[in-house]
Design a protein around this ligand. Structure first.
Ligand code: HPA
Length: 236
């Protein structure tokens, strides 16, 4: 089924076994421009840019996932199922549900809690909590330690809704499921990995706090994201 409906590439050998997925395709381009050599563009459909290049001697692909579970669900499924990808590491942003996580902290997701029907509808699991790959997590933690960066390991809430009317509900989710932060993609990524017997992990940078209402500027986010990109690239 190559090319797939959402990835135009005809030659799967141009995609690496490990893919880094930021939500924003511009960020995928930023990583390719600043960290990779011998870069080739592997997707342009819907401007969901993807690039394959080398980080040192390691071949790696970076591609945008878009925002939300349906979007990352489509791209990660096609990469895993049709392009021979074995590992996907999402690199994104999250909102903090606790005073213990500050702006710019780097979070490694060990479990994703979600009220989403994604895994159930797919037919892979009726659980509300899905785990990351511990093999990938261990590599990421080792890379972080080597670089001297702190990484907080946490359960996160994968939410379908960014603009909730009942804003304070996050306190219940934090208390009941132990979710320390919120983002919108991990649960679907982990469900696809489980469905296809592949590996997935997720590294996040705290971009805002639901507790203190602090937020970061676009420029500050870009700089903070560099840390997370370095960790992910060095974990490969
Ligand atoms: N909600 C959902 N996703 C997010 C947030 C948030 O507050 N911040 C960054 N990603």
């Amino acid at each position: 089924m190559i090319p797939t409906p959402h990835i135009e590439l005809k030659d799967p050998s141009l995609i690496a076994k490990t893919v880094l997925m930021p939500g924003d395709p511009l960020r995928a381009k930023y990583i390719a421009d600043n960290f990779l050599t011998h870069v080739v563009q592997i997707n342009n459909v819907r401007n969901m840019w993807g690039f394959t290049g080398y980080f040192g001697k390691k071949k790696v692909t970076v591609m945008g996932s878009g925002m939300g579970m349906p979007s990352i669900g489509i791209y990660s499924y096609e990469l895993f199922k049709f392009y021979g990808v074995e590992n996907i590491i999402r690199i994104g942003s999250c909102g903090s549900y606790t005073k213990d996580l500050n702006l710019y902290d780097v979070v490694l997701v060990k479990d994703a809690y979600s009220e989403s029907s994604y895994a159930k509808t797919m037919g892979v699991s009726s659980r509300k909590v899905l785990p990351s790959s511990k093999t990938l997590d261990n590599r990421i933690l080792k890379a972080g330690a080597k670089l001297g960066y702190d990484i907080h390991v946490a359960t996160v809430h994968s939410s379908d809704v960014f603009y909730r009317l009942k804003h304070e509900e996050f306190k219940e989710i934090h208390a009941k499921y132990g979710a320390d932060a919120v983002e919108m993609e991990s649960f679907a990524l982990f469900a696809n990995a489980k469905a296809l017997n592949k590996k997935a992990a997720c590294l996040l940078t705290v971009s805002d706090s639901l507790v203190t209402h602090e937020a970061t500027s676009a420029q500050e986010r870009q700089e903070a994201f560099t840390k997370m990109m370095e960790i992910a690239l060095n974990s490969i």
